[in-house]
Design a protein around this ligand. Structure first.
Ligand SMILES: [Zn+2]
Length: 50
């Protein structure tokens, strides 16, 4: 399953544990996935803990 950052469209890698190298956040009421660098630039995003 290839995930892409919703903001910069970079591919989001997965670790060997199956965790994404990024975060799920809620943007405009929808669950989105963003990469670590975009999340750092957009600290107002609400993390969704899974
Ligand atoms: Zn990004």
């Amino acid at each position: 399953m290839a995930l892409k950052c919703e903001l910069c469209k970079e591919k989001i890698e997965e670790t060997f544990l199956g965790k994404i190298v990024g975060s799920y956040v809620i943007i405009n009421g929808k669950k989105k996935v963003v990469c670590n660098s975009c999340q750092k630039k957009n600290k107002h995003f609400k993390d969704e803990l899974l």
